[in-house]
Design a protein around this ligand. Sequence first.
Ligand code: NAD
Ligand code: GLY
Length: 362
Amino acid sequence: MTLKKVAVNLGRHSYLVWIGTELLPRLGEFLRASFTASKVLVITNPRVRGLYGNVVERGLGRAGWDTVWAEMPDGEEYKTLATVQCFYDLALAKELDRACPVVALGGGVVGDTAGFFAATYQRGVPFIQVPTTLLAQVDASVGGKVGVNHPRGKNMIGAFYQPRLVVADLDTLATLPAREIRAGLAEVIKYGVIKDAVFFAWLEESIDRLLRLERDALAQAVATSCRLKAAVVEEDEVETGHRQILNYGHTVGHALEALTGYRVYHHGEAVAIGMAVAARLAVAMGLLAEEQAVRITALLQRAGLPSRVPAKFSADELVKAMRLDKKARGGELTFVLPEAIGRVRLVPRVDAQLVKSVLSVC
Ligand code: NAD
Ligand code: GLY
């Protein structure tokens, strides 16, 4: 399979995203093309190390790298400053200097935490993303948002710190649970709705191949998602406005996650419900044709994703949770709403009564 390359053009923070198969064994070569240090710190978790640690270490060794491993326990609850403190301790004990690259090998939890470590250790060391979940390959590894959670809120401590390189090996998706694949597909569908009607139509044709993990289809989906995300990030690297379109589906999605203590839904599942609700809201506001909303919901359902708000949540409690979201301003509800498949708009001050009426029929 051919290797695909997506450029993220951010001036002196520019980098390439490589997408293909059999890339993990070649990680050492990719790093050697840019770095001359002898040691590399690879941050991962026990599950991913168990699956891919040997292949990564052998490949790094062949290219002359001395690998230092750092593991964090598996799970969102370990995306904390305490974990980052352990990485500082280890890096100092191993005498890692500012030239030593830091590799995040894992999903978005490892990527966000390792990225925050890399952004802050000795005021910033080279950071490389090696995402091993679909969600991380299409979203979390690109764009430079790194950070950890605070007991009072998710991603409350963080930075914008772009990686120097992203290497996405599609082979790693073979070991990912099907539910994680579906959650990643929610973000892929999101890119079609927010920015590319042709891609959305291709997803309608290709969704079954993606669910079967056919490599060519995956390569196309990951590369196009990264290209679309890169275009948004290039316009608004530190989220002063336009980048917020990446939050399509997140107003309701975050509310559902918060109401369930982040324990019931995978992020992509909550976002899928949020995307379907936002599409119906856009229809109710006269912004979107009904037939387009039906296509969005149908594709989410074919991807095996939920698209309805479970009856146990009342519209009142959902709207209350949306008002507490960190992106809400002064209790006002802001939504990213589709105007057509392939085009969205940020709509502030959406009428709460209208939102409740749409939620109560969703
Ligand atoms: P995750 O990192 O928790 O990974 C999901 C599970 O898959 C974990 O148990 C992990 O150990 C396992 N895993 C990883 N790779 C595997 C593989 N190849 N085979 C088998 N198992 C594997 O979850 P995620 O969905 O990748 O990431 C979610 C995180 O990403 C959240 O913390 C979220 O805030 C963050 N995120 C960040 C951005 C960003 O722009 N920085 C964007 C979206 C999400
Ligand atoms: N995942 C949203 C962003 O990167 O802005």
